[in-house]
Design a binder for this molecule. Structure first.
Ligand code: F6P
Length: 329
C-alpha cells in the first residue's frame, strides 16, 4: 500500500514526531510513504518530499532525529484552491495518478473538513491525526502541540510575573485559541494567574473589577489576567481598555504571545502522543478503516468520525474554571 502523509493548517509542536511515527510504522509493516509538502496546496501542486539522494519515497532515514523539532519538515499551508470542488476533484485525480491508496493528514478541524470533502471524490482510505495547539477537537483528550503551547505560555507568564511583582502591575496576557479557551485556562492554572477570560464563560468587566479590588485589598501586588484570543469580549487590548475605563486598581500592561506559542521543541507528552497516534493511524488504515481521526481518550486509542471531531464545541472542564477561582484567592 502507498500512504501519503501531510501537515495542514497551523503548525503544532509534535507534527514532526507524528510524521516520523507514520513513516516508521508504515515502512516496518512493508508499505510505502509519500511525504506531501505544504498540505492540500502541495497535493494540488504535486509537491512531494524528495530525499537528499533524490529518491522520492520517504525512508527510515528521512525522519531521523526530527522528533525534537517544532514546526514540520513537510511544511504546511491553508489552501484556498482546495476549498473549491474543482480543487478537490483535481486532488483526487492527482492521488490516483500517483498510485496513493491512503492518506494521513495531520492538522485541525479545517484539515478534517477537507478530508471529508476529498472523500466525496476519492475512494482511498483517510485517517487523520489531531495536530493543533488549540485542543478544540472532540475525540481526543489532547491534541498534538497543545501541551507544548501551554508550556511556552506558562514560561512567558512566569517571567512576566517577575516584572509585574517588581512594579506592582497587572498584565493582560493574550494567548492563542481561535474559538477555544483551553490554552488560556490551562496556562492560567499552571502559572497561578488570577483571572482567565475564555469564550466558554461570560466575561463581565464589572465582576472582574470587583475581584481586582478585593485582591488588592488582600495585599496582592501583581495580577495576571490570561485572555483567550477568541474571548467574546475581544482580546487583551480591548479588555484592558474596558477595565481601565471603569477604574482598574492596578497599572496595566498588555502582552500578546501570538505565534510564539506555535514554535519550540515539543514537550515529552506531545512527543509520546504524536508517536502513539501516528502509529495508530497507520494500523487503522491497514485494518481497513477510513474517514476518522485517531485520538487518545482517557488513555485509550480511539477513532472518531471526522464530522464528530468538529461538529460541536469541545467544552472546557467546568471544575477547572472553578478551581482557578479558588486558587486566585
Ligand atoms: O488553529 C491554530 C492557531 O494557532 C489558532 O490558535 C490561531 O487563531 C490561528 O491558528 C492563527 O493562524 P495563522 O497562523 O494563520 O495566523
Amino acid at each position: 500500500m502507498r500512504i501519503g502523509v501531510f501537515c495542514s493548517g497551523g503548525d503544532a509542536p509534535g507534527m514532526n514526531a507524528c510524521l516520523r511515527s507514520v513513516v516508521r510504522s508504515a515502512l516496518s509493516a512493508g508499505h510505502e510513504v509519500v511525504g506531501i509538502r505544504r498540505g492540500y496546496q502541495g497535493l494540488l501542486d504535486e509537491d512531494s518530499y524528495v530525499n537528499p539522494d533524490g529518491k522520492p519515497l520517504m525512508t527510515l532515514r528521512s525522519v531521523s532525529g526530527i522528533s525534537r523539532y517544532g514546526g514540520t519538515m513537510l511544511h504546511t499551508s491553508r489552501s484556498d484552491e482546495f476549498r473549491t470542488e474543482a480543487g478537490q476533484k483535481k486532488a483526487a485525480a492527482i492521488l490516483c495518478k500517483h498510485g496513493i491508496d491512503a492518506l494521513i493528514p495531520i492538522g485541525g478541524d479545517g484539515t478534517f473538513r477537507g478530508a471529508v470533502a476529498l472523500a466525496q471524490h476519492w475512494d482511498g482510505r483517510i485517517i487523520g491525526c489531531p495536530g493543533t495547539i488549540d485542543n478544540d477537537l472532540i475525540g481526543t483528550d489532547f491534541t498534538i502541540g497543545f501541551a507544548t503551547a501551554v508550556q511556552t505560555a506558562v514560561e512567558a507568564v512566569d517571567k512576566l510575573r517577575d516584572t509585574a511583582e517588581s512594579h506592582e502591575r497587572m498584565f493582560l496576557v493574550e494567548v492563542m485559541g481561535r474559538h477555544s479557551g483551553y490554552i488560556a485556562l490551562h496556562t492560567a492554572l499552571a502559572a497561578g494567574a488570577e483571572v482567565a477570560c475564555i469564550p466558554e464563560t461570560q466575561t463581565d468587566v464589572h465582576r472582574i473589577l470587583d475581584q481586582l479590588k478585593i485582591l488588592k485589598a488582600r495585599g496582592k501586588h501583581s495580577i495576571m489576567v490570561i485572555v483567550a484570543e477568541g474571548d467574546e469580549e475581544g482580546g487583551a487590548e480591548k479588555l484592558n481598555q474596558d477595565l481601565c475605563a471603569i477604574g482598574c486598581p492596578f497599572p496595566t500592561r498588555v502582552v500578546i504571545l501570538g505565534h510564539l506559542q506555535r514554535g519550540g521543541s515539543p514537550v515529552t507528552g506531545d512527543r509520546i502522543l504524536s508517536t502513539r497516534l501516528g502509529d495508530f493511524a497507520v494500523r487503522s488504515i491497514l485494518g481497513g478503516r477510513t474517514g476518522a481521526m485517531a485520538g487518545e481518550f482517557r488513555g485509550e486509542l480511539l477513532l472518531t468520525p471526522f464530522p464528530e471531531t468538529y461538529s460541536a464545541h469541545k467544552a472546557v472542564p467546568p471544575e477547572l474554571v472553578a478551581l482557578l477561582e479558588t486558587m486566585a484567592e
